[in-house]
Design a protein around this ligand. Structure first.
Ligand code: HEM
Length: 516
């Protein structure tokens, strides 16, 4: 072999190694994937710049996405301007991406209005990273199953208060439920006793939450899509409106975060001090940074817990007014396990599978977040031969999953019996996916389920829920509308709520009179 050919061999080998390295490199895979792999199936973009914007309705998007799932399958891709969206229609796919590949799918889409309004304190809206991780750790510490047991006394008391209010003004049940669930979370978080609808803390938090829902509504503010708009002078047409809205909201979010914790600090060591999560956190607080984290985490828990359980308990009233057979079956279980000599307590829960199944069915039948809360991909990815770009917003179509014909026969009927095995035990479908997925799964789920369960059994132990009757004695149908947006909540509706017996009413009054 001469020198010339041996040089060539070196060059060829070097070339092959370089080509192999290039082929294996992230850059090449990314370049190749972008060039050759398709996005998941979805409707063709109507407009080259706007993408599919014109096809996405502002209301009930989950209905359209569920229809699309019949055409496009488990994943549906669409685009709005430069933002890629993927709707996940199948539970197994959501588990694969959000849980098995959670390193990549645990971030949140960024909305500029969230920062401008001061809502960026909320751990639930933070991108995946160390700040979120630290706050999440704190959240979980206080919301894990063992910890939630210590909040049971508050749950029992506030739910008994609700029963008393139902007794006094049954027609106002929507407000009583709202008051009860809101005051459970306020008392648990800050030891604060909510007395009236005009309570300053709940009022401010309610206003701040309403404004968040408005600002996050798709298409509500262009600055969420084109972030650079926030840099334009405020006097320019269109800029004043979103800037003013943001500044006014920031006053509310600052108060929501600071005021209740400052009150807990003031009351420490006085006779007004109450046991609460904020108080426990403050005991271990060593610096201003930690204090700031505590304020953020407490307000995040309040924001996450205030409106959510309310909606599920209101759905329960709606379901009971339509399904008397379910109601009687649950009351039979209550009478058998609890009897008529006392009110239900958390100790009864393991012996009451039917009421547990009612809670699951509430979460399935009318999911609170029909499109979950979107996660974003931190990096590009390939799934089943489809290309998923970095920064894609992925929405779990919980509405579609709760109507999967392979799992749920006759899905529009409220039927808790679907959660039982043939041998009479509860099946494995605990509807946890109604609380989201992976590292972002709702940390308040144990607390929320406990509140909903106790509300269900306490109300059914003491009251019958029926349709109202018209002047001719005929049932007035209860056909319920739900709100739009991230949270789908029942709109006000009517039903007749009457005490089951004088004995249960007396039990209730007695329980309230003799509480510790
Ligand atoms: C029936 C009641 C509730 C339902 C259906 C519900 C549902 C959800 C869902 C779907 C998510 C998004 C999960 C994801 O991104 O995959 C979530 C997140 C969250 N929930 Fe809940 N939730 C409820 C009650 C509560 C309660 C009572 C609390 C607090 C005490 C709470 C605190 C939170 C927080 C802090 C997050 C953000 C988690 C994060 O991004 O790391 N939730 N919830």
């Amino acid at each position: 072999m001469n020198r010339f050919s041996s040089n060539w061999i070196v060059v060829e080998v070097g070339f092959c190694i370089a080509a192999w390295a290039l082929f294996r490199s992230k850059w090449f895979k990314s370049f190749f994937s972008k060039l050759w792999l398709p996005y998941p199936p979805g409707p063709a973009a109507k407009n080259w710049i706007a993408g599919n914007i014109s096809e996405i309705p502002v209301e009930n998007q989950w209905f359209l996405f569920t229809e699309w799932s019949k055409i496009y399958g488990d994943l549906t891709y669409f685009r709005a301007l430069h933002q890629h969206f993927i709707v996940i229609n199948k539970l197994e796919v959501a588990i694969e991406l959000f849980e098995k590949r959670s390193n990549n799918y645990s971030s949140r889409p960024h909305a500029t209005m969230v920062d401008l309004m001061g809502w960026d304190f909320n751990s639930g809206l933070k991108p995946y990273g160390n700040i979120w991780r630290n706050q999440r750790r704190l959240l979980q510490q206080y919301l894990k199953p063992e910890a939630t047991r210590s909040y049971q006394t508050t749950q029992v008391q506030k739910i008994h208060d609700m029963l008393l209010q139902l007794l006094e003004s049954p027609n106002d049940f929507m407000n009583h439920v709202q008051h009860s669930s809101g005051s459970i979370i306020m008392a648990t978080m800050y030891g604060h006793d909510v007395q009236t609808k005009d309570d300053p803390y709940t009022k401010i938090a309610g206003l701040a939450l309403d404004r968040l829902a408005i600002a996050l509504f798709p298409g509500a503010y262009l600055v969420n899509t084109i972030s650079a708009l926030r840099l334009l002078p405020k006097w320019l047409p269109g800029c004043a409106e979103f800037n003013n809205f943001a500044v006014e909201t920031r006053t509310l979010t600052d108060k929501m975060r600071n005021d209740p914790v400052e009150k807990v600090q003031q009351l420490r060591g006085t006779s007004g001090e109450r046991r609460c999560i904020a108080g426990n956190m403050l005991e271990n607080c060593r610096s201003d940074d930690e204090l700031e984290d505590i304020k953020c985490v407490c307000a995040t828990m309040y924001a996450g817990g205030a409106d959510t359980t309310i909606s599920s308990v209101q759905t329960f009233f709606y379901a009971m007014a339509n399904y008397y057979d379910v109601q009687s079956k649950a009351q039979e279980e209550i009478d058998r396990v609890v009897g008529r000599e006392r009110l239900p307590s958390f100790e009864d829960r393991p012996s009451m599978p039917y009421s547990e199944a009612i809670v699951r069915e509430i979460l399935r039948w009318r999911p609170l977040t029909p499109l979950g809360v979107a996660h974003t991909s931190s990096d590009e990815d390939i799934y089943e031969g489809y290309y998923i770009p970095k920064g894609t917003a992925l929405m779990p179509n919980i509405w579609c999953m709760t109507r999967d014909p392979a799992k749920y026969d006759d899905p529009e009927t409220f039927n808790p019996s679907r959660f039982f095995n043939p041998d009479g035990t509860l099946n494995d479908d605990d509807l946890n996916y109604g609380f989201g997925f992976g590292r972002r799964i709702c940390p308040g789920r144990h607390f929320a389920k406990a509140t909903v369960w106790l509300s269900v059994v306490s109300v059914l132990a003491t009251f019958d829920i029926r349709k109202k009757k018209d002047a001719t004695g005929k049932d007035i149908p209860v056909d319920q509308a739900y709100t739009q947006g991230l949270f789908s909540r029942p709109m006000p509706f009517e039903c007749a709520i009457t005490p089951r017996s004088e004995a249960t009413t007396a039990l209730l009054r007695d329980a309230i009179a003799h509480r510790d």
